[in-house]
Write a protein that binds this ligand. Structure first.
Ligand code: 2BA
Length: 107
């Protein structure tokens, strides 16, 4: 038995959990905060058999891989000026730990 800890963006969590549930993975979602940016993120706990870890990682990658998105540029708002040009930002991505589980009990 393994425990996967996946730290992902809040925006990706709904689709990712749905994708995992569809393939029979059980998931617990924790609301967490990154220590560096102090921004909210989501940590998923996924307990599964060792042979199912690789597929879980593929699903995590599918729904949370890093990509670039265009967002409105609000940099000049405070100065009373603004740009209508969108800027590219990198969003998504996942940090994944896979741990050995010593005991798994449902009491
Ligand atoms: P990532 O490396 O993609 O990490 C995203 C979030 O994943 C982190 O949020 C943290 O919550 C978690 N995480 C990543 N590596 C971890 C680890 N080894 N142990 C436990 N949790 C881990 P933040 O801490 O807010 O970091 C956001 C982003 O800021 C990071 O993205 C990285 O690009 C950058 N960053 C983090 N720490 C940094 C540092 N000391 N110096 C420079 N950049 C840093």
């Amino acid at each position: 038995m393994k425990l996967i800890l996946a730290i992902i963006s809040n925006d990706d969590s709904t689709a990712l959990i749905r994708g995992l549930n569809k393939e029979s993975y059980q998931v617990t979602k924790l609301a967490t905060t990154g220590g560096f940016l102090r921004a909210g993120n989501i940590t998923l706990l996924i307990g599964c058999e060792a042979e199912k870890v690789q597929r879980a990682i593929e699903i995590i990658e599918k729904y949370s891989s890093q990509r670039e998105e265009l967002v409105p540029n609000t940099a000049g708002y405070d100065m009373g000026a603004f740009s209508t040009y969108p800027v590219k930002v990198t969003v998504g991505g996942a940090t994944v730990f896979v741990l050995d589980v010593e005991q798994f009990l449902k009491l």
